[in-house]
Design a binder for this molecule. Structure first.
Ligand code: ZN
Length: 154
């Protein structure tokens, strides 16, 4: 690896490092040399998996090329298996790391109307909202709205 690799110990505070080392339990799904997939213990839907780098790297964009290939290759393999076995509409993939800053990809089988589907629908509506509200705040629109509420215009 590179010089940024931190020495992991039995007492590592990082839960994903402990899982990668077999020191903490997980419902392991599949692994390769550099990456590991396991079930999220708080699933959004059945089959929700996390795919992590075995090395402690906080953010996915700081992985090496080899680790990146490994991570996304494993994510793709698991997603294709989800499609065959769980039959979702598709597999949603995203990476955050706010709570556990150790590279992990969320793989969530997505079904219309499920929790994540509703969440992303709300986000997409929020993306559209500023344009609508901007129009409402234009001077001409504000005068018209004031007129409506004053009963001057119907
Ligand atoms: Zn870690």
């Amino acid at each position: 690896m590179n010089g940024k690799t931190k020495k992991r110990t039995k007492t590592s505070p990082c839960i994903f490092c402990r899982i990668a080392d077999g020191k903490a339990e997980a419902y392991r799904v599949e692994e390769n040399k550099l990456s590991l997939a396991f079930l999220d213990i708080n699933p959004f839907t059945q089959g929700h998996c996390l795919v992590i780098s075995k090395r402690h790297v906080p953010w996915w964009h700081d992985l090496t090329e080899e680790e990146t290939r490994s991570l996304f290759s494993l994510a793709r393999r698991i997603s294709r298996r989800m499609m065959r076995t769980l039959h979702p509409d598709f597999v949603c993939m995203y990476a955050r790391g706010r709570r556990i800053p150790h590279t992990h990809i969320f793989l969530v089988p997505s079904f219309g109307g499920d929790l994540l589907d509703r969440f992303f629908n709300a986000l997409e509506k929020a993306q559209e909202f500023p344009e609508k509200i901007a129009r409402v705040k234009e001077k001409k629109a504000m005068k018209r709205t004031a007129g409506l509420l004053q009963g001057k215009e119907l």
